[in-house]
Ligand binder design. Sequence first.
Ligand SMILES: [Zn+2]
Length: 116
Amino acid sequence: MSTPFDPAAVIAKFVDNVAPFDPNPESGPVAVVGVRTALGEGVFAVGDHVIRAMCRALEQYHDPEDRGTCAECGSRRLDENLHCPDCGRLHGILGQVIAEHARRVAAADEPAEGRA
Ligand SMILES: [Zn+2]
């Protein structure tokens, strides 16, 4: 766990930072966002501009543990060495070198038919 923080306070700050740039501040709230944790709670009635900004921020979030998808089995749990614990495939430079070597070995064993 990271250090404790108050999500309600974070959302309040986000609203404060973005709301002044609403091009139509008179249009009123279009969404209600609420959060309640052990540290506090907040309910925010926000306009179109703020809720769109909030969604854009969420869509842009990239988890530091997210290292992509396994090209072999589609698993999303690649470890820090880009190794897939589900099927054993290695990604990244080392993974490519190993995969190319395996392909060359396999190709050497195969009859040459079907190759351009
Ligand atoms: Zn895999």
